[in-house]
Design a protein around this ligand. Sequence first.
Ligand code: F6R
Length: 242
Amino acid sequence: MNIHILRSKAEIDRAVADLFIEQVRNNPKSVLGLATGSTPIGVYGLLVKDHQEHHTDYKQVTTVNLDEYIGLPEGHPESYKEFMRRNLFNHINVDFNRVHIPFIKGTCEESCQAYNNLLSQFVPDIQLLGIGANGHIGFNEPGTKADSKTHTVLLAEKTRLDNARFFNHIDEVPTHAITMGISNIMDAKRIVLIATGASKADAVNKMITGEVTESLPASFLQRHGNVDIFLDKEAAKLLLKK
Ligand code: F6R
């Protein structure tokens, strides 16, 4: 794992956005693995700015997102589909036919299988990740197995509480989601994880220095050969103490 501890979230956003821009410039047919939540918003803002100013071309790029809530009505502003449109897709020249976010159509099994089939065709050249305070990546909550593929999940109470800030009330936060599994995430050629703020410090410390364990799914990343972790000082505070 390559650990980068930078001075501010702004510096992290710049560094990570530059990795994505370089990836797309070097390979216009890149497959980008994308995340939602508050963590990647700054990076997406910089990709949009770069596209407007320097015309980085996303026409042939394919995107695959990590996860999506189950049960929100079509067009709900907190669905990850709407999040991605609002923060990125509506502002770059991506071809919407090449944009992929998991969703339920038919049974859960069929939907998961369909996303696994897609992921076997489109392996991310670079996968962006945030991390939950309980160590989840994607919506792979504690207890998720290393060989898991796309699956539906009952969200941990901690995750629903953390995400309640985006909704009017905790009761509106969906209880279930569909997510890439750990093994799908590990297939990415390169992984870039961002964590900022003291609330992530414990998970970050265990991810990097703890044992590889299902109880902290991000720890599986120790087994991936090409991972960059970008941290601010708060998220890195338990590492810096050592
Ligand atoms: C989002 C995702 C989640 C988030 C994590 C952190 O697609 O997969 O794992 O990255 O919950 O969320 P934030 O960034 O809001 O702290």
